[in-house]
Ligand binder design. Structure first.
Ligand code: AMP
Ligand code: FE
Ligand code: FE
Ligand code: ZN
Length: 283
């Protein structure tokens, strides 16, 4: 069984439609994927319908934009009711924050000599409900300012770069509660990637497990090196967590994350599915 539990479609900053994503997953010999777009469930129904037609299991998910101690933390929710009122109210607020920061970003780029309009970013986003910096990057590529998303982030829109503008995110512990009230299972995405180990230290993760009901961590992820993976694997075992693996596929938006780049063990999927059922979610 080949299982990849973290992927993105065009409903956020991936580049494939949910249907195309599922077809590519089949071509990559995957048996199970989860669609985990940023801050929206909009692509899940289409992906699951495509999965039913071609015989590939699609678990519904979301990757929530949260923050802890002033730092950005990504939280995966699996098996949630996609129509849950409270969770959707918060996701709407986060998506509003995403769109709301765009005028300031295009202004900064324009002031720096890279003339860009909000309409050009919206054209790049192509109707995506969750608009992100990758769409700003795509608009910059379209204007010929940078070669790819990677260059846009490293020179202009990464967190410490001149055209970066912060946005609203949900407090991490409240996000865990919201996933639970929607009957889903909460898993920390790439917890120790890109400096995440400073904000999500081991004692704090243990506190999230004990007091907030956190149930899993992503272990095998492109942003984790081998040593990080083995440390996370051991910590997750000690805390009784589901330990997942994924590509964090974004289509052509992240060339180093091909579908199936990392996999989830079948026993971990069984554990995750059982936990979703225990919470009353959609397994
Ligand atoms: P935002 O959601 O607007 O905060 O933008 C963050 C998103 O940009 C992440 O979800 C990643 O998918 C993407 N991203 C971050 N760094 C890079 C990079 N260096 N190259 C391409 N995409 C990136
Ligand atoms: Fe992304
Ligand atoms: Fe992420
Ligand atoms: Zn992701």
């Amino acid at each position: 069984m080949r299982i990849d539990l973290h992927t993105h479609s065009r409903f956020s900053d991936g580049t494939d439609t949910p249907t195309t994503l599922v077809m590519k997953a089949l071509a990559a010999d995957l048996d199970v994927i989860a669609l985990t777009d940023h801050d929206t469930f909009s692509g899940v129904a289409e992906a699951q319908e495509a999965g039913r037609r071609i015989g590939l299991k699609v678990i519904g998910g979301v990757e929530m934009s949260t923050e802890h101690a002033g730092a950005s933390v990504h939280l995966l929710g699996y098996g949630c009711d996609p129509y849950d009122r409270e969770l959707n109210a918060e996701l709407t607020r986060i998506r509003f924050g995403r769109s709301n920061r765009l005028p300031a970003m295009v202004q900064k780029l324009t002031d720096a000599g890279l003339a860009l309009t909000l309409d050009e970013v919206l054209a790049a986003a192509n109707g995506a409900p969750a608009i992100g910096r990758p769409h700003v990057a795509d608009a910059m590529v379209a204007k010929g300012y940078v070669a790819d998303r990677e260059q846009a982030f490293s020179e202009w829109i990464g967190e410490d770069r001149p055209a970066f503008v912060p946005r609203y995110a949900c407090e991490l512990e409240r996000a865990i509660d919201l996933i639970h009230s929607a009957r889903g299972v909460a898993v920390l995405a790439h917890p120790w990637g890109r400096g995440g180990d400073a904000v999500l230290n081991a004692p704090y993760i243990e506190a999230l497990v004990r007091h907030k009901g956190l149930e899993g961590i992503e272990v095998d992820h492109p942003d984790h090196d081998d040593e990080t993976r083995s440390l996370l694997f051991e910590m997750g075992a000690r805390l009784g967590l589901v330990r997942t693996g994924s590509s964090d596929y974004h289509g052509t938006g992240k060339k180093r994350n091909p579908l199936g780049a990392n996999l989830t063990r079948q026993s971990a999927l069984r554990d995750l599915t059982a936990r979703i059922r225990r919470r009353g979610g959609i397994a």
